[in-house]
Write a protein that binds this ligand. Structure first.
Ligand code: FDA
Length: 307
């Protein structure tokens, strides 16, 4: 019940100002977003990869309003890649990007986002790693998939994300599973209307399994983005049935959520990638984490009251 209300608030500027300015917000935010600067995140990358985990790094930010902000986003990723270079981690540290942060919603946004993301993908390839295009709300996806296809002509390792809650996704999965691409499957984190998306959790879970089967039986590289213990177990079973070895798919979870499970799966020999977001514009990302688990909101509110 609370989830949709929090998701609506995630798009409110008034709430953004209120939550971002509250001094008590910081410790709660840090659980999900461990730093604001590249200097703070690099040691975290070293720690995580030192524990046998892999990472995907997201410089938080979305819904920008000027082309200059899009250029700044590009530069933030380029700086990050420059800082990762001496670590020599290759694909153990990849990047996740939101095209809205690269200007997708601005005038000529499709071209602008492509022009801004391409140098990031190039720089990532130059240090032996890759980029995954996150999935945002459904109105942005045709453009995201077209940019993904364009980038893959030169950088076939470029990944993308599909969301189980959308009716369109089984079809997208079929197309993407056919040509060796890296595809992250997630449940979906945005507030979507009933005309395009399942609203019921059980329906979303069932769709997730159908899509997972398509990906596992296909020729791509499935990346399972979920903390759901049932889906983790189903993934292992479907991978076994499809004859996939442990390095022919990977699990992905968010930083700060079920961290013991990250280590458990890695210790079993699985590839486990931790999605690690950092930066100052954390509001939208943080609110989606609250919406996924209303208990997080109670924790947040309690910390405001007891301070
Ligand atoms: P579910 O929400 O059912 O959670 C299962 C269990 O995990 C919960 O019972 C709880 O224990 C734990 N859990 C889940 N979320 C939690 C939270 N916020 N706080 C505390 N515990 C929590 N979405 C999107 O639309 N576009 C994208 O590009 C991405 N990218 C992405 C990358 C990765 C690596 C992950 C893991 C997820 C995303 N998502 C995303 C988010 C995704 O759509 C979804 O909202 C969350 O993963 C929550 O769904 P689960 O599959 O974890 O199941």
């Amino acid at each position: 019940m609370l989830g949709p209300v929090i998701l609506a608030a995630s798009r409110s500027d008034k709430m953004r100002r209120l939550v971002s300015a509250a001094p008590v917000t910081k410790p709660v935010v840090n659980r999900f977003i461990p730093g604001e600067t590249v200097d703070q995140v690099v040691p975290i990358v070293t720690d995580l990869t030192g524990s046998g985990l892999e990472v995907t790094l997201d410089v938080v930010g979305e819904d920008i309003t000027t082309p200059e902000q899009a250029t700044a986003a590009r530069d933030a990723y380029l700086e990050l890649i420059e800082r990762l270079k001496p670590l020599g981690l290759g694909t153990k540290a990849e990047m996740s990007v939101k095209l809205s942060m690269f200007g997708q919603a601005l005038e000529n946004g499709h071209e602008l986002a492509l022009a801004n993301v391409r140098p990031v993908v190039e720089a990532a390839a130059a240090i032996g790693t890759t980029v995954t295009l996150d999935a945002e709300d459904h109105t942005t996806l045709d453009s995201m998939f077209a940019i993904h296809e364009e980038l893959r002509k030169d950088f076939p390792q470029t990944g993308c994300v599909i969301q189980a809650y959308l009716f369109r996704t089984e079809e997208d999965a079929r197309r993407l599973a056919a040509n060796g691409s890296r595809v992250r499957i997630v449940k979906g984190a945005y507030k979507e209307p009933a005309s395009v998306a399942y609203q019921d959790k059980t329906e979303i879970d069932k769709a997730y399994v159908r899509i997972l089967r398509i990906l596992m039986e296909g020729e791509g590289y499935p990346m399972i983005g979920s903390h759901d213990p049932r889906l983790i177990a189903i993934t292992q079973e479907l991978a076994r049935r499809a004859g996939r070895k442990m390095d022919e798919y990977e699990f992905q979870m968010l930083y700060g959520i079920r961290s013991d499970e990250h280590l458990r799966l890695a210790a079993e020999g699985h590839r486990m990638r931790v999605y690690t977001a950092y930066g100052t514009d954390w509001y939208g990302y943080f609110m989606r984490r609250l919406a996924e688990k209303p208990a997080n909101l109670l924790f947040f509110v309690r910390s405001m009251i007891t301070k």
